[in-house]
Design a protein around this ligand. Structure first.
Ligand SMILES: Cc1cc2nc3c(=O)[nH]c(=O)nc-3n(C[C@H](O)[C@H](O)[C@H](O)COP(=O)(O)OP(=O)(O)OC[C@H]3O[C@@H](n4cnc5c(N)ncnc54)[C@H](O)[C@@H]3O)c2cc1C
Length: 470
């Protein structure tokens, strides 16, 4: 019996083995990595996930869990050699329960993030995790990568929003940890070990998540300022005056806004003049919109009097609110349209960010005339997307000059991050992209503890091998 026939004899759900039909599952979202697989399987319930994982365990076949395949670190792509099954969770897409009194929602891991938000909305509640890939990424993928996004400042990242998990372990057992408790100190926190483990310790099949009250009003402001130091002063003021209402505080350089205006139809800065840097600041509240707008206005007046900001626009309609947010959310797409990119998803103490940007930008531009900086990020969370694109002077045919500097640039940036006691992956995980670099910055004790953890959860090294740690 062939391996596929053997798999089909225990799992009667959807198995894809035709190379053309498998192709979309074997390459990552950015098209950076392509792998091979015996088959892609799409179970629609936890028991079937368990059957598939048990079969893989017995036959020495690696399991590569996959959600929406929007990850940016190559974690959901099987290796180019080896015996792999891609375990796609997208058919596990049922909302199991909403408890409005307990403010929780329980669901299958393959529900898309957008569908989670919509289910919460229907129940007059808010599920606050939000990121540009939300129409495609799944809650299982969000938890497996501990996703961040644009509202972490107020509500935390995926880990902070999760109360319980259901997981199929490497031998096919089902762990039911679908608790919906805010307090539970009964020993080691297994849930938090699986969160952020990128499919290397088990397959998340279900989750219980926190819900919040829906804000009555949201107002966003697009603010011009001279430099990241001014942005930091503004952040501190906003936190002092409105910490309970501050939902997002995003920093972006004028280079980012120029790229969005160039590549995205109808995208325009709402401000009459240009500035080196901008901040997007959102307040949301249970009070009326007018009260919230007045609060943003007073905040901006103080910042203006102190000469921290040069100009600002405040949204007064949903269309304006969305248009301002689009300037921020379309940066990645606009940067991709400009050609090759070198990206860094870094985390730093917030207070260290202005000096980091100044110092490291200078080092990079002094050393590499073929590059220009595209810097943006979640300043309120200390998370920068410290990216580079080819210099404007570079012809498209000279792209390889730009690509050839990638390894050196990564080392320069990540050494600087390490020197600030920062992290080289704030929200995108390690996958294969940052696996070896992360290992280089770890202490021996940290490497050993991680390796023992992996061995105890996955003794045969069949759960997404080669991702996160070697
Ligand atoms: C346009 C765009 C914008 C983005 N913006 C952000 C952002 O702001 N913040 C952010 O954090 N990320 C962002 N991302 C990255 C990505 O969307 C997130 O990492 C997301 O959480 C991945 O979810 P997914 O379902 O697509 O997972 P996949 O890409 O399918 O998988 C990602 C990893 O999780 C594992 N995995 C997936 N499902 C499971 C499961 N059920 N059980 C166990 N392991 C599993 C995979 O093996 C892989 O290692 C963005 C991506 C894109 C394309």
């Amino acid at each position: 019996m062939s391996l596929i026939d053997s798999l089909a004899s225990v799992f009667s759900g959807k198995i894809i083995s035709d190379p053309t039909d498998m192709a979309a599952f074997l390459t990552d979202w950015r098209g950076k990595w392509t792998g091979v697989a015996l088959a892609v399987v799409q179970p629609d319930n936890t028991e079937d996930v368990s059957l598939v994982v048990r079969w893989c365990n017995e036959h020495g076949v690696s399991v590569v869990p996959q959600g929406g395949n929007t990850g940016l670190s190559g974690g959901a792509t099987p290796s180019a050699t080896g015996l792999n099954v891609v375990l796609s969770l997208t058919r596990m897409n049922k909302v199991r329960d909403i408890d409005v009194l307990n403010n929780t929602i329980s669901l299958d891991a393959g529900v898309t993030l957008l569908a989670v938000q919509e289910a919460a909305d229907e129940a007059q509640k808010l599920f606050p995790l939000s990121l540009a890939a939300e129409g495609t990424c799944t809650i299982g993928g969000n938890l497996a990568t501990n996703a961040g996004g644009v509202q972490v400042l107020r509500y935390g990242n995926a880990r902070d929003l999760c109360l319980g998990l259901e997981v199929v372990t490497s031998d096919g057992s089902i762990w039911n940890g679908m608790k919906s408790l805010r307090k539970d100190n009964t020993g080691y926190d297994l849930k938090n070990i699986f969160i952020g483990s990128e499919g290397t310790l088990g397959v998340i099949t279900g989750a219980t998540l926190k819900l919040f009250e829906k804000p009555k009003s949201k107002v966003v402001s697009f603010i011009a300022l001279a430099d990241p130091s001014a942005a930091l002063r503004l952040l501190k003021l906003a936190q002092e005056l409105h910490s309970n209402e501050l939902t997002a505080f995003e920093l972006m350089s004028d280079e980012c806004i120029q790229l969005v205006e160039k590549h995205v139809d109808a995208a325009r800065s709402p401000l009459a003049s240009r500035s080196e840097w901008y901040v997007l600041l959102e307040l949301s509240s249970s009070s009326e919109e007018q009260a919230l707008s007045s609060r943003i206005e007073s905040l901006l007046e103080i910042a203006m009097e102190n000469d921290w900001i040069a100009d600002a626009a405040i949204s007064s309609s949903i269309a304006q609110f969305n248009a301002i947010w689009a300037l921020r959310e379309d940066i990645s797409e606009a940067q991709a349209a400009e050609g090759k990119t070198i990206k860094h998803d870094i985390s730093l103490p917030i207070s260290a960010i202005p000096q980091f940007i100044d110092r490291v930008t200078k080092r990079l531009l002094d050393s590499y005339s073929v590059a220009r900086m595209v810097v943006f990020g979640h300043l309120g969370d200390g998370n920068l997307h410290f990216n580079l694109s080819p210099a404007r002077s570079l012809d498209k045919s000279q792209n390889e000059l730009f690509t050839s500097i990638e390894a050196e640039v990564n080392k320069l940036v990540h050494d600087e991050v390490n020197a600030c006691n920062g992290s080289i992956s704030a929200e995108h995980g390690l996958g294969v992209l940052r696996r070896d670099e992360a290992s280089r910055y770890r202490s021996e004790i940290e490497r050993n503890l991680m390796s023992s953890l992996k061995k105890s959860f996955d003794p045969k090294n069949l759960m997404n091998p080669g991702k996160v740690i070697s």
